[in-house]
Design a protein around this ligand. Structure first.
Ligand code: HEM
Length: 442
């Protein structure tokens, strides 16, 4: 007797060769070229000039119209790679993290191991659990207003006061000046007052990050990476009062959680938080009603709920993590087929966050949409992701960035130079933060 045959699993459908190439050219390439780990100014300028980010969203909408909303394989010579097109699948993949959908994808491991090989995002099992627990506890991930807020407020007041003084002397506020002040705030907040002027540490990290942009294609610079971690460990031992380093050092299992690797991620990720604060300032400057509301809030004591919502709306419009990546650790079933273990999954966040075929006011600045909403409860809007790997700084970033914006608004009027944004028109897909300049009329 012939045994009954079990049917072979049906593979997920693929994009055609032409559409896979179109995806590579108009979605993957412009995103990678701008620098996933460290932004490349010339590429960000090109993306704004040629509308590349808006073009990527249109390409994704075209694929959805053509193939429907179920997951699709992108033809490529490396490994099965899936594109997610529906909020239902985004929810599933983010909820079922880290197994079977692991955040530690090959390309992320290759990139982040240049400067933080033991960060939770690229580790597994107990190592991931401990690293993640250290970040959750130190960054107070579930808490809208961090317990160190008074210290953050003081750091921001000192640095923004100094920044505006310098900007007035120069006649305008531009990115390099803002970013210098922002990183002083970040070093003080993360490492303590003695780190405020440690620009060498930030330079060291930036050099490692520039290599990380090349992921597999660049060898690791172990000597520099070790030097960077030794410096971070010294700050951890110092555990200066009112710093995140002091909270991390107090974490019960700190010795096993690779704290300097988690801290490397915090320092790295405060860079996109600075971009977001500066873009939020530009959006507010271009939206008179929101500006007035933000300034009124900045003038009185309170928890900056509106300005925090403005930060969330800014990162919805201009996501700083455009690609959320996962890799399957086991075979998974989908309505349209099966996917083997070891496959990559991509959530291209600008598609969902600028999807004008599904989302009202997709290209408008509407901070109100975030009021009363948890940053990780708005799927398919996922600027800070969602589920067990959601960014543990999803409340901290809006708070510190809102403090910086409030401190600027409190000190007088600001005007965005060059008419770059107009609240009566749809907002552009890219906003090159490197070239934003503000006048500070008295
Ligand atoms: C605009 C600023 C930021 C944005 C948009 C952002 C967004 C994200 C996103 C999308 C992820 C990936 C989650 C996933 O794969 O599902 C992530 C992970 C992470 N972020 Fe952020 N982040 C920002 C800033 C920060 C800051 C300032 C810190 C620390 C102070 C931080 C700490 C982390 C950590 C530790 C992880 C890894 C989480 C894990 O392993 O589960 N982020 N972030």
């Amino acid at each position: 007797m012939v045994p009954p045959q079990t049917p072979l699993p049906r593979s997920l459908p693929s994009l055609s060769a032409f559409d896979s190439a179109a995806f590579a050219a108009s979605v993957a390439l412009p995103t990678l070229a701008q620098g996933i780990i460290l932004r490349r100014p010339a590429m960000v300028a090109a993306a704004e000039r040629f509308g590349l980010d808006a073009g990527a969203v249109r390409q994704m909408q075209r694929l959805r119209r053509r193939y429907g909303e179920n997951p699709l394989l992108i033809r490529n010579p490396i490994r099965p790679q899936v594109l997610l097109l529906s909020p239902r699948d985004v929810r599933r993949v983010l909820a079922e993290t880290p197994a079977p959908f692991s955040p530690a994808s090959c390309e992320k491991r290759a990139a982040l191991s240049h400067f933080e090989p033991h960060v939770s995002l690229v580790t597994q099992g107990e190592e991931r659990r401990l690293g993640r627990a250290l970040s959750d506890s130190t960054l107070e991930s579930g808490c809208p207003v961090h317990s160190l807020r008074p210290a953050f407020h003081t750091a921001v007041e000192v640095e923004i006061g100094r920044l505006l003084h310098q900007a007035r002397a120069l006649g305008a506020l531009a990115w390099p000046l803002f970013f210098g002040a922002w990183m002083r705030i970040v070093r003080r907040t993360v490492l303590g007052a003695s780190a405020v002027a440690d620009t060498e540490l930030t330079d060291l990290l930036d050099r490692l990050r520039a290599r990380a942009n090349w992921a597999f294609a660049a060898p690791s610079d172990r000597r520099r990476r070790d030097a960077f971690h030794r410096r971070l460990e010294a700050y951890l031992r110092r555990a200066e009062p009112h710093s995140l380093a002091a909270l991390a050092a107090r974490f019960p299992e700190a010795a096993l959680a690779h704290p300097s690797h988690q801290m490397a991620q915090w320092l790295f990720a405060f860079d996109p938080a600075g971009m977001t604060a500066f873009r939020a300032l530009a959006l507010l400057a271009a939206h008179p009603a929101a500006l007035e509301r933000g300034r009124a809030e900045a003038m009185r004591p309170g928890d900056l709920a509106f300005l925090r919502a403005a930060i969330l709306e800014t990162v919805r419009l201009y996501p700083t993590t455009p690609a959320i990546l996962r890799q399957t650790s086991a075979a998974t079933e989908w309505p349209n087929g099966e996917l083997p273990a070891g496959a990559g999954l991509l959530i291209f966040t600008p598609f969902f966050q600028r999807d004008d075929e599904r989302l009202a006011d997709a290209h408008r600045f509407v901070p109100e949409r975030w009021l009363g909403l948890e940053p990780d409860q708005a799927i398919p809007l996922v600027p800070f992701s969602a589920g067990p790997a959601a960014c543990p700084a999803r409340h901290l970033v809006p708070l510190v960035a809102a403090e910086a914006v409030a401190a600027i608004l409190r000190r007088g009027p600001i005007e965005l130079q060059g008419g770059r944004l107009d609240h009566r028109r749809a907002l552009p897909g890219t906003l090159d933060h490197f070239t934003l300049v503000f006048d500070l009329p008295l």
